[in-house]
Write a protein of this length. Structure first.
Length: 430
């Protein structure tokens, strides 16, 4: 069984996912730090009172590079804190190098059995019969099948994972899970010494709660899943009644807000369009084709920065033109957005007198976009504070009570009104 003095470590493959999972572990007794410095993934000087989350940032890396980064991060834990509780956060729609990263984590932690439960019922993601559904539709029949970076071609979780790892997989179905933790525990014990990957069904939160109870009893298994399983694990691992409920809380009122839309998801673009209808916003659109062209990139970025420096809008939207570019150019697109965001932070800070202590908010869609913005302003950690809206976490950048708030979400999360709701909350109008 676990106790409150056991340290907790979480690995996620992008910053949005890290923040999604992290908020559930924040309790009156524990703060949550998200780090993204590969040279120092964990700060072992911190006590168990800080839950540590490492954004491995492997969503867009090769299988080999993803495997190596996760393996090294987990080996550090094994060496410094072998008794620690570890959770491998994965995307609820199976994007990323999930199979390779789970295999690396198991090896680095000297475990034999991993249990993958990607379901997130609160977000409409369920797994039944080993098939992942998004609001009742197989994930490979939704917009995620057309993801420009990680198209999901199969809704069968085991089949999808096997394309990126050679492990044997075993299905853990709802019929067993709904018989309770004792039955599931016996089922896992019968799998022998492994290595084996168990793919678990889950249709409602109560299914995930059963799995979490098993992981609280036996810490030799490696739990892997989305924010759905993280929510249930937080309750049993921290033994705090309120841990499983990320707190919807107010940020400091933001005098200025920047919306950096780095996601290629169509919903993200629809959200911007709805915001433009309802609010007076300054919109800057970088040409994606110019940003990835060596001849035109510098001028395109410089022109956007010049517009930022000449503007004093309260709400600014920074986005990319809709034309498709090669996925290998993704880093250049994100870096360009981050350079402009950095200029916005510097300009907005300078506009206020030192005595005013301005508070600024950067909203980013896409984990790599959020990460690039943080690094651009010189920070390699954020401290999560709660949710601005359900499923949309917010954090202080660089410290417990910084003057810069980061709000982030996946591009495909929410509905057309989501950005409008975010603005209302940041302005303290809702």
């Amino acid at each position: 069984m676990t106790d409150q003095s056991t340290p907790i470590f979480i690995l996620a493959d992008d910053l949005t996912g890290a923040a999604d999972a992290a908020n559930y572990f924040r309790t009156p007794e524990r703060r949550v730090r998200i780090g993204f410095d590969s040279a120092m993934p964990w700060d072992f000087r911190l006590t168990h009172e800080t839950v540590q989350v490492f954004d491995v940032e492997t969503r867009h890396l090769s299988l080999e590079d993803s495997f190596g980064k996760v393996l090294r991060a987990c080996a550090h834990i094994t060496q410094a804190s072998p008794e620690a509780l570890v959770y491998k956060k994965v995307d609820s729609t199976l994007r990323g190098n999930i199979g390779a990263e789970i295999e690396a984590a198991v090896r680095g932690l000297n475990r034999n059995i991993a249990v993958l439960a990607p379901a997130f019922p609160a977000g409409g993601r369920t797994v039944v019969g080993g098939v992942l559904y998004v609001h009742g539709v197989p994930v490979n029949e939704t917009a995620f099948a057309n993801d420009p970076h990680h198209p999901i071609l199969s809704a069968n979780v085991a089949e999808h994972v096997r394309t990126k790892a050679a492990w044997p997989t075993v299905q853990l179905g709802l019929s067993l899970i709904r018989q309770g933790a004792d039955v599931v525990e016996h089922f896992l014990a019968d799998q022998g010494d492994g290595p084996v990957l168990i793919v678990a069904d889950a249709e409602v939160d109560e299914d995930l709660a059963v799995l979490a109870e098993v992981f609280s009893r036996n810490t030799t298994y490696l739990p892997c899943g989305s924010a759905g399983l993280a929510r249930q694990l937080a309750k049993v691992w921290t033994q705090s009644v309120g841990a499983c409920d990320a707190v919807v809380s107010r940020t400091p009122r933001a005098q200025r807000q920047l919306y950096v839309i780095g996601s290629a998801n169509q919903l993200a673009r629809e959200q911007v369009q709805e915001l433009q209808k309802q609010r007076v916003v300054r919109t800057l659109e970088l040409s994606a084709t110019k940003v990835v062209d060596d001849v035109t990139a510098a001028d395109e970025i410089a022109a956007a920065i010049a517009r930022i420096e000449a503007d004093d809008a309260d709400i600014t939207v920074l986005t990319l033109s809709p034309e498709r570019v090669s996925t290998v150019d993704r880093t250049r697109l994100v870096d360009a957005l981050a350079q402009v965001a950095k200029a916005w932070v510097h300009r907005s800070s300078a506009d206020f007198g030192r005595s005013e202590q301005p508070h600024l908010a950067v909203f980013a869609t896409g984990g790599d976009t959020a990460l690039a913005c943080c690094k651009a302003v010189g920070h390699t950690e954020i401290w999560t504070e709660g949710e601005l809206l359900p499923g949309i976490p917010w954090s202080f950048v660089g410290g417990h009570d910084g003057q810069l708030t980061l709000v982030s979400k996946a591009g495909g999360f929410g509905d057309a009104q989501t950005l409008c709701s975010v603005v209302n909350r940041l302005c303290h109008e809702a």
